[in-house]
Design a protein around this ligand. Structure first.
Ligand code: ZN
Length: 78
């Protein structure tokens, strides 16, 4: 991948933390190799990386449970 499919910006290889809501809770997978758009932040994963993320989530192959600071906005949208 050379260019972002969303905005056409430059992408760079990075390790990111992938997060997803799964069954009403937030799960995260760290150290994930990705290509990230410098302009809009869109993340692209290689097919084998996406498969591995899917496998970890499906099999709940967690290695740690972290406490994370959390806040919920009260402002309404619109
Ligand atoms: Zn972009």
């Amino acid at each position: 991948m050379d260019r972002c499919a969303v905005c056409g910006g430059e992408v760079e290889k990075k390790r990111v933390t992938y997060t997803k809501e799964e069954g009403g809770r937030l799960v995260a997978i760290g150290g994930v190799p990705a290509e990230v758009c410098r302009t809009c932040g869109e993340e692209y994963f290689a097919p084998e990386v996406a498969d591995e993320l899917h496998r970890i989530i499906e099999t709940r192959a967690w290695t740690e449970t972290l406490e994370v600071p959390y806040a919920r906005l009260r402002a309404s949208v619109g």
